[in-house]
Design a protein. Structure first.
Length: 176
């Protein structure tokens, strides 16, 4: 090596804003800015969670009301079926028609009785086979639940083949 050769010690060149280890230092202004964005993000997420919870509550209340309405209709229908059973066992007065017995408009057609029950914007269209003889039971042959806003025609399965219980023992069911 010559006289004009200078040796420099090997070390990292320090830039402004860097500490001894070479990390970038964040000043108090940058930390405040990050804190503002974190708080803003958490506030937005909290508001979205609150809106979602309110919408879930409304949906749950609406579902509860619909379920209550439907179960009320089905309970009333079963009470009407019990009245039909009682009438089949001779508890119906002579000359009394089915509409007055069921306290609703009912149409009788060839051993079938059709009527509709309504509650809170829902309608349950029912058809029951009337009890035959002293030991017979009334049997549902059709249930159609409709909403008040339902305008399209619901498929009627009453003409399809289905297993209908005729009041006999379990193995004696017949196909219609």
């Amino acid at each position: 090596m010559g006289k004009n050769c200078y040796l420099f010690p090997l070390r990292a060149i320090k830039e402004p804003g860097m500490n001894k280890r070479g990390n970038i230092a964040i000043g108090p202004g940058a930390a405040s800015l990050i804190l503002v964005f974190v708080v803003l993000g958490m506030s937005i997420l909290g508001m979205l969670s609150l809106i979602s919870a309110k919408n879930d509550l409304k949906l749950a209340e609406r579902s509860r009301d619909v379920a209550f309405s439907v179960y009320t209709l089905f309970a009333e229908a079963e009470e009407k079926l019990a009245l039909l059973d009682a009438a089949g066992k001779g508890e119906k007065e002579e000359g009394e028609d089915w509409s007055s017995l069921l306290e609703t408009d009912a149409e009788e057609d060839g051993g079938l009785l059709s009527f509709t029950l309504a509650d809170r914007g829902r309608a349950l269209e029912l058809t029951a086979r009337l009890p035959q003889g002293d030991g017979g039971h009334a049997v549902w042959t059709r249930h159609i639940l409709r909403s008040a806003t339902e305008e399209e025609e619901t498929e009627d399965l009453s003409g399809e083949d289905f297993l209908e219980w005729d009041g006999e023992e379990e193995g004696d069911a017949e196909w219609n």
